[in-house]
Design a binder for this molecule. Sequence first.
Ligand code: ZN
Ligand code: ZN
Length: 124
Amino acid sequence: MTCSACGATPLVHWQRRLTDAELADYIGLEQARRDEQILLADPQQATPVFGPLPTAADVTRAVHACGQHAIGMNAAALIHAKTCTAPNPATLPACNCTPEPAPPPEPAPTASPLPVSWGGTGGA
Ligand SMILES: [Zn+2]
Ligand SMILES: [Zn+2]
């Protein structure tokens, strides 16, 4: 692993989508793995059943960067476009893509009210 901008030892990384070629490779490998499992499967047993093949939305790849080419911590928390590379120092601290928006935050669990004997409202 090296920084994708300069080849130095990476300090940080973030996720990006796979390019079309990478995704085709990835799905090809997955298909080959499944074909092999079917070939090796015990004929006395049920044929292995697989879920749908992965799509672009299921897989990410890491972009590595050294300290000089790192993006901001907030940006690194997002999933970046397939073209994303470590940013050019001239355009720091942004990378060259528009990251996907962050998933909506988990709704806070609604706590049950404490019973009256514990100093709560008892739900009233
Ligand atoms: Zn670098
Ligand atoms: Zn990016």
